[in-house]
Design a protein around this ligand. Sequence first.
Ligand code: MF3
Ligand code: CO
Ligand code: CO
Length: 270
Amino acid sequence: MEDSNSPRLNKDGITIHTADEFEGMRQAGRLAAEVLDMIAQHVDVGVTTEHLDQLCHDHMVAAGARPATLGYRGYPKSSCISINHVVCHGIPSDKKLRDGDILNIDVTCILDGWFGDCSRMYVAGKLNRKAERLIQITHDSLMIGIDQVKPGNTFGDIGAAIQRYVEANRCTVVRDFCGHGLGRVFHSAPNVLHYGRWGTGAVLEEGMFFTIEPMVNLGRPETKVLADDWTAVTKDKSLSAQFEHSLGVTANGCEIFTESPAGTFYPTWR
Ligand code: MF3
Ligand code: CO
Ligand code: CO
């Protein structure tokens, strides 16, 4: 007999979870989404990203969870906050937000051993039209990717759908970072690419848990990592946006674990 505690890996090395295991992700995902709901009212001109990070940290700890990023491969904070041309992995600091800044806040909490990972876009002060358009396209590209999630479709279908929509809108998909499997671990197989070809890649199966987290640029897709070894920026300094959900594949489609309880996944302002 197979040990019932050992996770089942499919032929592509992707963990297949049981119905009971969805409940763990539901709790962790809801908490991560609640943190992102909570933080919206604190984003404003003059606020430091360190302050926002502290609020995220305290909310997770008060709920009995641990911030997964804190100490992860030496990462020093409880969230990633990526402003304007920062693509991802921006490190919260004493830098103050300025009027018109757009920012992604990405939090991952560990609750009862399950990882809930999500991110959204926020704005400090007045949102300009170019930034608003980028944010809307990025959000919609995530939801269009999620529309592809059902047993029998492939990971390539998710990437192809996102890429087609983003490029039809004259924006570009970042290639250097991707979504990932998760569950009782932070990052596992597969790599979930946000570009690709229809019908290629591993086939989706009920019980797979993973993130989709497209990063979309107004300019060219290339990125570089700054000297702090974390902060990834667009090489051409063009504006970048990102949204992320954690989800599980169900018999007919998927369950989004990180849906906003407040209904403010997008937009986070107004
Ligand atoms: N939450 C990020 C993701 O979506 C990972 C951040 S790892 C860190 O996968 F170390 F940069 F925090
Ligand atoms: Co992620
Ligand atoms: Co994340």
